[in-house]
Design a protein around this ligand. Sequence first.
Ligand code: ADP
Ligand code: MG
Length: 366
Amino acid sequence: MPRVSFERIHKAFGAVTVLRDLDLSIEHGEFLVLLGPSGCGKTTLLNMLAGLTDVTGGRILIGDRDVTDLDPKDRGLAMVFQSYALYPTKTVRGNLRFGLASARLPREEVERRVAWAARLLQIEPLLDRKPAQLSGGQRQRVAIGRALVKHAEVLLFDEPLSNLDAKLRTEMRLEIKRLHDELSPTVVYVTHDQIEAMTMATKIAVMNNGVIQQFGTPDEIYERPANLFVAGFIGAPAMNLKRARILRRGGLVAGVFGNGQQIDLGDYAFAKAPQEGSEIVVGMRPEYFGPPDAPAREAAAVFDLPVAHTERTGSDATGYLRFDEGLLSLRVEPGQAARLAGGQKVRVAFPKGKASLFDAATGGRL
Ligand SMILES: Nc1ncnc2c1ncn2[C@@H]1O[C@H](COP(=O)(O)OP(=O)(O)O)[C@@H](O)[C@H]1O
Ligand SMILES: [Mg+2]
């Protein structure tokens, strides 16, 4: 299974530039997720790899082959679309066979692969049905099967789960992950859903406005977002992002928020020593706060704040505290959330080593 590289990719539709100077490379067997809001250029990038859209500038390589100008069928890849694109008049078996129509394989080999994919995707009992007789999840399996029978070296997915309800999406996520673990193809998978990205990817490229904002493992992107866009996009409830000013006194480095509260930044690995008075944004993930009113040990910050409201979703709960002009969210135990009354003051602590800091002017990570 080969590596996939985009080199200095540029794409314009007429006068509108959609992708600019994009470099991206993954190793063989990786599961790359292109993640970003609608309209950021994910499908355009995927379609250029598939050969369905022309490249305005730059090169695309699969393994050592420059495929930039190759026909889609000569690129050694298979694609699964959001819309499934199954043939309504063909049975499931017919749709799976059709994935191999252009391959001119011996009949036994076609049947062997169809049987293999049907077993892998657990759709053997459905082989004689037409797409109209299938549920959404079953159709999606057939669409994936049609890509698998090609034994393609690279599998492409464009938002394959967005038409499914939440429960099925969770199941199919596990299914696709299992297929990747078993078959190890190189995968490029487009989604706007951060949960899909975090659960399936070995590498995520976070995109916005046609530019890759960060490329890294799910952990790197979650723990060390490269800028304010990534910090705000990844995580639910979202990372708290609060403006502060740098305070330096002797050996002390702290952030002072608008409400006068402080956070100790003495252990932060600044790329470059921060200037006294410089404007920053402090990022604090909701789940890293200690439980309300627990004794704080080794904390970077301790805040006394009134409760605004709480939100419970069964297994999980979020408390919202009034902080400065806005709210500070933190994850709490559902049982404790039930006991937090609006207006009640609580003490919460944020641990050392968990904050992310950004330059307030550029949005870049400090
Ligand atoms: N064929 C096209 N002609 C003109 N503009 C297009 C075309 N296809 C996509 N675009 C524009 O390119 C941008 C990126 O689109 P797309 O790659 O589909 O985004 P995403 O998949 O991330 O939602 C959007 O602004 C979209 O309107
Ligand atoms: Mg798209």
